[in-house]
Design a protein around this ligand. Structure first.
Ligand code: AHR
Length: 645
């Protein structure tokens, strides 16, 4: 009796704690405007995100420019690296094959980036630049290999002693996850080869020098409003010499000089000495991709400081002019008329129309006075020539602390348009900081949450992390007058070649896995709304009590009201959602409810089960202007209804 009494008491206390809640949306007052491009993506060539990832080139070290020129290649027979009278002056190495009629043959194999993915019946566009030393015709056999079997074959004939491009299409007879390619010189004599390249014929929009279709589709489906590129730390470089220089990334792809990738040896436990940047995916391709995605391009440029984590190297303020020129010229490259110096480069690459660039970020995760004094001359030069361009400064690598506290007031003083904040923190931090922006100065620069991700202890892209991000993002939406842009980071990771996790989208040579974090961001980006609506419980914002978070907005164009609810607790909670001040009725008396949920906070999507955690849609009925949401634990909901005026 005694024990059952205690039990009853416990049950009563429990039910009181988790009593039914009422959330009230005030639709009578259309609130602050939400930037249409608020939720976007941040691309950096980390985790083999570009070469070996989004950039669909299948051959590693195609120009023999890696420090060890045969990395990626297995030569057989007489093959040597040369650089006299090269085909491309900025990528001068090439190989000379000398076939002497011996049985072993002469040629090369390439293993791609952790193997080459082939899909049965798909075709591959193979090409190289070649010259026959004596000018006579020479025959090459090109083979696609899987498990040492030939699964595709073509011949290419080379003739003439001048460098020329040769190409053919090879069909894969089988699917292979980790295939390779073999080139065999079948005719005796000497031939020089350079820029040996192979792309799937089917790329995004079937462009040559194209992007992996499945990966761009994943980006497209996100509906990103903004596209930040190309980094991240790679814009700074470990040294100034190896910083990302956009001018090296435009023009003919064969002559874009190779750069090391700054993520090659950053983490000793994830060591990738074969990680370089070909810049095949360069600034032109980034702008084009932004346009394809309908996202505002947001390039980041070096401010003359090498990565401050790795180095103290910097350009003296008085010597910054070439760096400033790079920033100003970039705006001309994007927006200038087709007969301007840099606009012409863009036009010659195939895009005479401007790319309508609106934003530029100066520096990435910089800190200290050294950053501020360098930012000033950049701002002066950009504002003088392009006053309409919005300039983004940084608050350093962390969302708080000394650097942050120093930089924010400086950014206000300088009147940058937006301040880039970065936070890689635990899921608990995200849950506890959903009110972060409620107290921000409404009259200062706007916030660009340029890099963030919840990092669970396991560093997995699990449901707990995704739900914490969803909760935090209710605070971004509620404060849309302050927070103008938000991009998760990093974007991509190759399962076999990552340096950093968690990441939004994982892939191998053939498959893509969209993470729970991806779906949270997609749900936000597909439901941006135009204006914030107030949503409260007992007159308070809903931000953490009983693990519940909520925000609400209206799309004034479509007359849809969108309510976002996160239940970060493990318990089911029943919530009455009441819509007050509606100027009309709810269409069909129905609410479309999308839900991302798992009972298992550690749950992830994998190559074997990529759809383990995906949003599901249902309808629930309204009762006049109310509806009831039974919110499962560890769940993120979007409730959408249309007003019939
Ligand atoms: O997103 C990975 C890295 O995190 C970025 O390159 C850098 O800006 C941050 O430190």
């Amino acid at each position: 009796m005694k024990y059952s009494g205690v039990l009853i008491l416990l049950i009563l206390v429990h039910s009181a704690l988790w009593a039914q809640k009422t959330f009230t949306v005030d639709a009578s007052k259309v609130g602050t405007e939400i930037q249409p491009d608020m939720y976007g993506v941040f691309f950096e060539d980390i985790n083999f995100g570009a070469d070996g990832g989004l950039y669909a080139e299948l051959i590693k070290n195609r120009s023999f420019e890696f420090d060890q020129p045969f990395v990626g290649w297995t030569p057989f027979g007489d093959v040597k690296v040369m650089d006299e009278e090269p085909c491309f002056d900025r990528n001068p190495h090439y190989v000379r094959l000398n076939e002497k009629g011996l049985r072993r043959g002469t040629g090369l194999e390439n293993v791609g980036f952790t193997g080459i993915g082939f899909k049965q019946n798909n075709t591959y566009r193979f090409s190289f630049y070649a010259r026959s030393i004596d000018g006579a015709e020479k025959k090459f056999r090109i083979e696609l290999i899987s498990d040492n079997n030939t699964i595709g074959k073509e011949n290419l004939l080379v003739s003439g002693s001048d460098w020329k491009k040769y190409e053919c299409t090879v069909k894969a007879g089988e699917t292979a996850l980790k295939g390779k390619i073999r080139l065999v010189l079948e005719t005796s004599g000497e031939v020089d080869l350079d820029h040996i390249s192979m792309f799937p014929t089917e790329t995004w929009k079937n462009r040559e020098n194209g992007l992996r279709k499945d990966l761009v589709e994943a980006l497209y489906d996100l509906n990103p409003g903004v596209f930040r590129f190309p980094g991240g730390c790679i814009i700074e470089g470990n040294t100034l010499e190896t910083r990302y220089q956009w001018k090296n990334s435009v023009g003919p792809v064969e002559n874009r000089p190779l750069n090391e990738n700054r993520w090659n040896y950053t983490f000793k436990h994830r060591f990738f000495p074969d990680y370089y940047q070909t810049y095949g995916l360069g600034f032109y391709e980034f702008f084009l991709l932004s346009e394809d995605l309908g996202a505002e391009p947001l390039p980041v440029v070096s401010c003359g400081l090498a990565c401050q984590y790795e180095s103290t190297e910097c350009v003296a303020v008085g010597d910054l002019q070439p760096y400033i020129d790079d920033a100003v010229d970039l705006i001309e490259f994007a927006n200038g008329p087709a007969d301007s110096k840099w606009g012409k480069v863009r036009a010659e690459m195939g895009h005479p129309e401007p790319f309508h660039l609106k934003y530029i970020a100066i520096g990435n995760e910089q800190w200290g006075e050294g950053y501020v004094e360098r930012l000033i001359p950049f701002m002066e030069a950009i504002q003088k020539k392009y006053p309409e361009i919005k300039i983004i400064g940084t608050a350093g690598p962390a969302p708080d602390g000394e650097n942050f506290d120093y930089l924010w007031p400086k950014m206000k003083e300088l009147k940058v348009d937006l301040v880039d904040e970065h936070y890689y923190r635990s899921p608990e931090w995200f849950l506890e900081n959903a009110e972060r922006y409620d107290s921000y100065d409404r009259n200062g620069p706007k916030v660009f949450a340029g890099e963030y991700a919840a990092h669970p202890k396991s560093r997995d892209n699990n449901v707990a992390g995704a739900i914490a991000e969803a909760a935090f993002m209710t605070g971004l939406e509620r404060n849309a007058d302050v927070v103008h842009l938000a991009t998760y980071a990093p974007l991509f990771a190759h399962f076999d070649a990552w340096q950093w996790k968690p990441d939004m989208i994982w892939f191998d040579n053939l498959n893509v896995v969209r993470t729970p974090n991806y779906y949270v961001h997609q749900m936000y980006a597909q439901n941006v709304g135009t204006n914030v609506l107030s949503i409260t419980s007992d007159g308070d914002i809903i931000s953490g009590k009983d693990g519940l978070y909520a925000s609400s907005c209206i799309d004034a164009n479509t007359l849809e009201i969108i309510v976002k609810v996160v239940n970060a607790s493990a318990e089911i909670q029943t919530i009455d959602i009441s819509l007050q001040g509606l100027k009309g009725t709810i269409q069909d008396n129905q609410v479309l409810v999308s839900c991302l949920h798992s009972n298992v906070p550690e749950a992830v999507n994998t190559l074997e089960a990529p759809n383990n955690i995906i949003p599901t849609n249902t309808f629930i009925n309204t009762n006049k202007n109310n509806f009831q949401l039974k919110a499962l634990g560890n769940a993120f909901y979007i409730c959408k209804l249309k007003i019939q005026p």
